[in-house]
Design a protein around this ligand. Structure first.
Ligand code: M6R
Length: 607
């Protein structure tokens, strides 16, 4: 997730761009950069926040009335000045671009462009955009961008300027946000409305697979084939605080809805044309085959993602796997050695319990793989290899999009290990990879049914206790669903293995208890139905999360939240979505500060 701002008009744009960038800093702040066109293109880039860029460009005026600026959340290529945007094509080309998202086929494009003589100067996937435009340019910038756009695979938004086109910004979008701000004799282009809201409230939304040509007179929208599309101008009347959250009432709600995108980014180029590649894993095939054990360590929500990882690694890669709470594991006397893969999962990469466990694991000679969302975090320094989730900045203290991204990374990792170890056959791997690729779309379909949690919240928001039950891969989802509800609504919850309920928690049930049961389609489905019968017999109220088509559950549960059908293991990434929405709807009815629940911190750096 990065932030893009562009301006073309008749005013000096340096300050407009810097101010816009500051309003997009929530989208990432690893580095920032600005390109100002005035006969030539002056580009300034700095690592760190926009303030560093401000200090670098100084207070003085700059005559440019065309420019682009960018704030970066690093995904491909480290947090360095040379990887910051805007990114120029070859020296003297006059082409500069900014980009948000992932170019999945950048390796293939980069290889070809290098053969064609282009000189690359960053480690990013983004750089291929500038060089492609340069390659196709023969005086017609619109056509060059259109041809470049048609070569890109992935999901992205980008903007391009050219030294010799002082009145044009070219931009395109596929799944990443992009919006045009319409002024009087000036046009803005940005990842989000707050970037230009103080200047204009007239907007045109760029839709998927569209190219935009922005000039001072306004914007023209084109299809990839070059056909013109009409786009109405709309008026936004958000206040400043709503704008920061993209019109959502809280960051958490925004982040819940960003999950299809976070999942898509996390998959990115790692899965391309059915091939699964995990750069950063840093284990060769021989080492993967020789692994004797996997230990997954984490805290809180990340621990729940790790639990899912354990099931997947056993199921697909047939490696003995365990998952433990980092703060517990480090005080055990763990039995691990050089053939153990320790996976440390941490959104922030700074959780002290997880970091300490990583150090302990390395001291025993294990290979430590960090799974984190934050480049340059402590976890990335205390490990042997890193795989990044790419959920973008998560502001809500209760994790949502970082959890689903972690789960998706576990899918990729377990599949990779299974394929290399030969424990998953080619046909099954192909099916699973295709279904992983479909997850962003399935997540969107699931979120679109969010209104179905409202009657459940209406009925139970004043309940004093919720029980969550699940078996197999549904158990970590029950744990995570229960954690979400208790974190943001302060309602006491318990989450249990459904088969274990009869050994204790069943004593808690009476006719006032809502019981959320994860009953997705898998080999324990019938067992879960029996557990639901046990709950019903005590008069408690069953809210089931089930798979489309399994309608028999409607005879047993008072409410059923259906998920689109996919492979049994992949349902975990979907099943949490209605539970996040339910927790949210209940917390809202209780009038709580959802983004900042009491007593919690986003990053826990104390033991
Ligand atoms: O940054 P980490 O993933 O290491 O954080 C771990 C936990 O502190 C975190 O998941 C916490 O449980 C959140 N409040 C969950 O919503």
């Amino acid at each position: 997730m990065c932030g893009i701002v562009g301006y073309v008009g008749d005013r000096e744009c340096k300050e407009l761009l810097l101010t816009g960038l500051e309003r997009l800093e929530y989208r990432g702040y690893d580095s920032a950069g600005i390109a100002l066109v005035n006969g030539s293109i002056d580009v300034t880039r700095r690592v760190g926040r926009v303030q560093m860029l401000r200090d670098a460009v100084g207070d003085g005026s700059h005559p440019a009335t065309l420019g682009l600026a960018h704030t970066r959340w690093a995904t491909h290529g480290g947090v360095t000045e040379s990887n910051a945007h805007p990114i120029e094509a070859c020296d003297g080309s006059g082409v500069t671009a900014v980009h948000n998202g992932i170019i999945e086929n950048y390796v293939q494009l980069r290889t070809r462009l290098l053969e064609q003589g282009h000189q690359f100067h960053t480690d990013t996937d983004s750089e291929v955009i500038s060089h492609l435009v340069e390659e196709h340019y023969d005086g017609d910038l619109v056509e060059a961008v259109r041809l470049a756009y048609n070569e890109l695979h992935g999901h992205f938004a980008f903007a391009v300027i050219h030294r010799d086109h002082p009145n044009e910004i070219l931009a395109a979008r596929r799944q990443c946000p992009l919006v045009v701000g319409v002024g009087d004799g000036e046009t803005f282009m940005a990842s989000a409305i707050p970037a230009f809201m103080s200047e204009t409230r007239r907007v045109q939304y760029v839709l998927d697979d569209e190219i935009v040509v922005a000039t001072p007179e306004g914007a023209t929208f084109l299809t990839g084939e070059g056909d013109v599309i009409e786009r109405p101008i709309e008026h936004v009347d958000w206040d400043e605080s709503a704008a920061e959250k993209q019109g959502y009432e809280t960051f958490m709600l925004k982040e819940i809805h960003e999950q299809p995108d976070a999942i898509a980014e996390t998959i990115g180029e790692r899965l391309y044309h059915g091939e699964l590649q995990l750069d950063g894993l840093n284990l060769d095939e021989q080492q993967i085959r020789e692994l004797s054990r996997v230990v997954i360590l984490a805290c809180g929500t990340a621990y729940h993602a790790g639990l899912i990882g354990r099931y997947l690694l056993e199921e697909w890669a047939r490696i003995p796997s365990e998952s433990d709470i980092a703060s517990e594991w480090r005080y055990r006397r763990p039995v691990i050695d050089e053939r153990t893969l320790v996976i440390a999962v941490s959104q922030s990469g700074e959780t002290i319990d997880t970091i300490a466990a990583m150090k302990e694991a390395r001291a025993h000679g294990a290979h430590v793989l960090a799974v984190t969302n934050v480049m340059g975090s402590q976890a990335t320094r205390d490990c042997d290899s890193v795989l990044y989730t790419r959920a973008g900045l998560e502001v809500g203290v209760a994790a949502s999009k970082t959890f689903t991204s972690q789960v998706v990374l576990m899918y990729l990792l377990a599949l990779k290990l299974g394929i290399v170890r030969g424990t998953i056959d080619a046909t099954r791997a192909e099916t699973l990879l295709a279904q992983v690729r479909a997850l962003p779309e399935l997540a969107q379909q699931t979120l679109d049914r969010g209104h179905l949690v409202e009657p459940i919240a209406d009925r139970f928001w004043e309940s004093e206790f919720f029980l969550y039950l699940g078996r197999y891969i549904g158990l970590p989802i029950a744990l995570e669903g229960a954690l979400k509800l208790k974190e943001i609504s302060y309602i006491p919850t318990d989450a249990y293995a459904a088969g274990e309920m009869k050994h204790g928690p069943i004593a808690l049930l009476d006719d006032s208890t809502p019981v959320v049961v994860i009953a997705t389609d898998n080999h324990v489905y019938e067992k879960v139905l029996s557990n639901i019968q046990e709950v019903r017999a005590r008069g408690a109220h069953v809210i089931a999360v089930a798979t489309e088509g399994n309608t028999r559950i409607e005879e047993l549960a008072e409410y059923v939240l259906y998920l689109p059908r996919t492979e049994p293991e992949l349902q975990a990434a979907l099943a949490i979505l209605p539970l996040q929405q339910l927790a949210y709807a209940i917390a809202k009815r209780r009038g709580l500060d959802i983004d900042k629940p009491r007593n919690l911190a986003k990053t826990v750096t104390v033991e």
